[in-house]
Design a protein around this ligand. Structure first.
Ligand code: ZN
Length: 452
């Protein structure tokens, strides 16, 4: 009896990993450059985990802080008249509400969107779906993670499909953003049931219109680590410190919003572009996927902030078909709002969060493969729970985001308005070359697509 108890306690302590008892989620609102400097120092000098880094004046800075340090920081902020708000008084209690379910094999219907899942359960569910829908689904690994886990991609094609172009959907590049992975599994679930879904003809049309390539847990090592060891883990597992995979791609690599030297930083981008096996695999996968039939959409799921982010994250400029994407983003945001009133902000990273980032996968994909429709969804919420989004918000998040996604994926039969979309906010001469290149390539793509 005592022996059993000891074993149970041992198992529990092994499972639990790092805890955040008493950690407060704080939000600062820097009103000046001096305030920004204060927050930069706080994130460096105290035991904090940054959720929204300091960017621009009047943009919120979110972080959780060790209770032993909280009073010090709060009083320092008070003395300097810097507004600091407590968003959550004990983040561990919120994390405890992130129910993690286990999936029972060969019962795909039991997989639900009222709880989160471990990587193995998600992969098993995908394998069971493939068994159930062998004609529509193929499942393959795009390569192995640093720790040797397979990064799985599900390809879905319906026989009714018109196969006009390809859609690539990527989730879970940041480990702790569990809602992103949940959302991508929801998309799989919706698509595969679209055929028997008389309830939603629009979804069916969209499902048949594309070839689908869906990667729900891109950073699978990090995702598992965020379940077993540290819920706040963001990067891959390189050398104990990790590399931010979403800064490791060749899109202005290493230039803005990253660090090349501070390995402990959440924005450590690695020594060079594609230094990590995970990003190398995505590069190879995209190179082969972009052949034959063009990729028209690349969509990446993150949390949090309720943002529809349009490339490019490494510049303040609105490049290429930004104006068209802004229109699409605005209608997606309107659709999202319609269901539960959730408000989204649309724009580039700089427009929406106030900071820039280089090496982002979506920017690299758009730039390299001339993909016309690329965006990042930063899902719920705006900071009440942040990464600790409770399990009872998963379903709602999925439903509203699917509404928005339908707008993005709406088959577009009209030609891109071409030059009109490209002539505002023109960048410098060098970028102009890229600009013209993209116009040509998108027009070629449309000729192929719609036979203009
Ligand atoms: Zn992210």
């Amino acid at each position: 009896m005592i022996f059993n108890l000891i074993i149970t306690l041992l198992a529990l302590s092994l499972c639990e990993g790092k805890r955040y008892d008493g950690f407060m989620l704080l939000r600062g609102l820097p009103a000046s450059e001096e305030h920004l400097e204060f927050f930069k120092n706080v994130t460096k000098n105290y035991d904090v985990n940054v959720w929204q880094p300091p960017g621009l004046v009047n943009r919120p800075v979110d972080f959780i802080i060790n209770p032993d340090h909280a009073e010090m920081v709060k009083s320092e902020a008070r003395n300097k008249n810097i507004p600091l708000e407590i968003l959550h008084s004990d983040i561990q209690t919120a994390l405890d509400n992130q129910t993690v379910n286990t999936y029972s094999r060969r019962n795909t219907k039991s997989f639900n969107f009222n709880s989160y899942y471990r990587a193995n359960d998600i992969v098993n569910w995908m394998m069971d779906l493939k068994t159930q829908y062998p004609h529509e689904i193929s499942l393959f690994s795009i390569g192995k993670s640093l720790e040797g886990r397979d990064i799985m991609c599900m390809k879905i094609i319906f026989k009714e499909s018109k196969r006009r172009s390809k859609v690539v959907i990527e989730g879970g590049i940041h480990a702790r953003e569990w809602i992103g992975t949940a959302m991508v599994t929801y998309i799989i679930n919706e698509l595969i049931h679209a055929r028997n879904g008389l309830r939603n003809q629009k979804l069916q049309e969209i499902a048949y219109h594309y070839e689908w390539f869906i990667i729900p847990i891109f950073n699978i090592d990090g995702y598992e680590y965020s379940h077993t060891t540290d819920r706040m883990w963001r990067k891959n597992l390189r050398g104990g410190h990790g590399v931010d995979l979403n800064r490791n791609f060749d899109a202005a690599f290493g230039t803005v919003g990253v660090t090349l030297t501070d390995k402990q930083s959440e924005e450590y981008c690695g020594p060079k572009a594609f230094s990590e096996p995970e990003s190398q695999h995505l590069r190879r996968f995209m190179q082969s996927t972009s052949k034959h039939l063009p990729i028209s959409h690349y969509i990446s799921f993150h949390a949090y902030g309720q943002l529809f982010i349009i490339p490019y994250a490494y510049t303040k400029k609105h490049l290429e078909n930004f104006n068209e994407m802004k229109k699409i983003g605005d209608s997606a945001a309107a659709r999202i709002k319609k269901r539960y009133g959730t408000e989204y902000t649309v724009g580039t990273a700089f427009d929406t969060v106030g900071y820039m980032a280089a090496g982002v996968s979506a920017c690299w994909a758009k730039k390299t493969f001339k993909i016309p429709y690329v965006n990042v969804f930063e899902l719920r919420d705006t900071g009440k729970h942040g990464f600790a989004l409770p399990a009872n918000q998963i379903k709602k998040t999925c439903l509203e985001t699917m509404d928005g996604l339908m707008e993005v994926l709406k088959p577009r039969r009209t030609k891109l308005s071409g030059q009109d979309d490209f002539d505002e906010d023109q960048p410098d001469g060098q970028a102009m070359t890229t600009l013209n290149g993209s116009v040509i390539s998108i027009n070629v793509f449309l000729i192929w697509l719609f036979g203009f």
